[in-house]
Design a protein around this ligand. Structure first.
Ligand SMILES: [Zn+2]
Length: 286
């Protein structure tokens, strides 16, 4: 599933394409993937801003409506201008099989703009969704998520407070709790913990203050680095311009179980924490 850097990459690319455009209609092919009364609500939806919250894409209208999109496992958004030229982002459908610039059998929702351009929502596995909510509903959804780790509010002190909220939880699980910190999933939890030389199995309360500081810095560093490189393409994630995220080449533990640690050369171990595959170095992550 795309995490903070991947969703941010999609948002950055989409924003420049669709800001100011007006949705005029839609075709919903898989009903459960669009929220209630979707067809009505999308009409005359004029886009003011496109932003990210946690792992969601938030498209705000000029009259305070919010189109929320979650790509989940295999979702992909492709903007197609009226000449048929595409720019999208998310998980690519194999291009040799399907033309992503046209509706195909994996296209679940088609959003039409007034000027004839389209926003296509392809999703092989149909876990993705979009819905339109008003200001109050959006506030409620927004409040379910914790702090944005790249916001100014995410200070070291704030991070310490968050750790104290769930002292007995394994640190990796805590990092992935969306109600505490928004946007970190399996990839960036593993990578941040490796960077900070902290075992993912440690209880939050066992971290010494120097370790908390190092982890705090590592989270920010890894997320920023990934955004700069257009995210990770481990799950064949492509950026809006069709390029694969280049952060995959920078991964040090994620999907590297059984390979040598890039720091100490011992073999990286795989375990499960909270049901999620976790890769770490027994030797240099204490
Ligand atoms: Zn190591």
């Amino acid at each position: 599933m795309p995490e903070l850097p991947e969703v941010q990459t999609v948002v950055d690319h989409l924003a420049e394409k669709i800001k100011g455009r007006v949705f005029s209609d839609c075709q919903v092919k898989v009903k459960k993937m669009a929220g209630p009364d979707f067809k009505n609500k999308i009409k005359n939806f004029k886009i003011k801003t496109v932003k990210r919250r946690a792992k969601m894409i938030i498209i705000e209208s000029i009259d305070d409506k919010y189109l929320i999109i979650h790509l989940k496992m295999t979702g992909q958004l492709v903007f197609v201008d009226k000449k048929g030229k595409a720019a999208g982002g998310g998980h690519p459908i194999k291009s040799e099989e399907f033309d992503i610039t046209k509706p195909n059998k994996f296209t679940r929702i088609i959003l039409n703009f007034e000027d004839g351009s389209l926003l296509l929502f392809h999703d092989v596995r149909k876990f993705g969704w979009m819905r339109i909510v008003n200001n109050d509903q959006w506030t409620k959804i927004n409040n379910q998520f914790g702090i944005e780790p790249l916001s100014r509010k995410f200070t070291l002190k704030k991070f310490e407070e968050i750790l104290q909220k769930r002292p007995n939880l394994k640190i990796k699980q805590l990092l992935m709790m969306q109600e505490l910190i928004a946007g970190i999933g399996n990839i960036y939890a593993d990578e941040s913990l490796f960077e900070a030389k902290i075992s993912p199995l440690r209880q939050a309360k066992s971290l010494k203050s120097a370790e908390v500081k190092k982890l705090y810095q590592s989270i920010i560093k890894k997320l920023k680095e990934a955004i700069k490189l257009g995210g990770t393409s481990v799950n064949t994630f492509v950026s809006s311009s069709g390029e694969r995220g280049r952060f995959a080449g920078k991964l040090k533990v994620y999907k590297r179980a059984g390979q040598k640690c890039l720091r100490c050369k011992s073999i990286l171990k795989k375990t499960k924490i909270g049901g999620r595959g976790t890769v770490y170095c027994l030797k240099c992550q204490e």
